[in-house]
Design a protein around this ligand. Structure first.
Ligand SMILES: [Zn+2]
Length: 213
């Protein structure tokens, strides 16, 4: 005899499952953490710090990065401060999902703003499976606009950390990435030769737009 589903049978007054007869449900412990901020704000350092703590805790970890970002090292996540962890470069959110192994407890993703929109559902699915997902990425593009898919990831995350850089003009707290070369595309992968951290007051979008004409 197969157990009946009370919701299907309309018998909603049946006793709930006891701990010795657990119902099938999503495992606990899954969560999404987003680390975001401008260029040079220490996003990747914070991601690496959390991954290293999980490694000390003997957790099974996999780290990924978008294939677009080959600034430093193709198979590692390296911060501007040159701290590094091993990472698998993937070309899409679908490819990332396929590479997550059954035993993996922590999934770390750097430069999340370069992923397709599917990364939102992939992160939800991984967290629903009971895994901890840690993402780092730019919250704004070079014109100060929300950088998709980061806004959606921030919305579904259990925890969002905004990290801050130092404004190169006034020395205040910086939240924006100032492009300092004339280039009109949203995706321009680069470091200190292309960008500066700026506060809201020192951030200028006109300078860049003038160069697009
Ligand atoms: Zn400033």
């Amino acid at each position: 005899m197969t157990p009946r589903d009370p919701a299907v049978d309309g018998e909603l007054d049946v006793p709930q499952a006891t701990p010795s007869q657990p119902q099938r449900r999503a495992p606990h412990g899954g969560r999404i953490e987003v680390i975001c901020g401008s260029m040079f704000s220490g996003k990747t350092e914070e991601l690496i710090r959390r991954v290293k703590r999980a490694l000390y805790g003997r957790q099974k970890i996999q780290a990924f990065k978008p294939r677009i970002d080959d600034r430093y090292d193709a198979t590692r996540i390296v911060s501007h401060g040159s701290i590094a962890i091993d990472a698998v470069p993937v070309s899409s959110s679908e490819s990332l999902m396929k590479r997550v192994e059954d035993r993996t407890q922590v999934v770390a993703i750097d430069e999340a703003q370069f992923f397709d929109r599917g990364i939102v559902e992939v992160c939800n699915a991984l967290a629903d499976q009971g895994r901890r997902v840690i993402l780092a990425g730019l919250d704004q593009d070079y014109l100060g606009r929300p950088f998709p898919p980061m806004p959606d990831l921030m919305a579904i995350a259990e925890d969002v950390t905004k990290v801050r850089a130092v404004c190169t003009v006034c020395g205040g707290t910086a939240s924006r990435s100032q492009r300092i070369i004339q280039e009109g595309s949203t995706v321009l992968v680069g470091g200190a030769e292309c960008y500066e951290a700026r506060c809201r007051a020192c951030f200028r979008t006109r300078d860049v737009r003038a160069g697009e004409a």
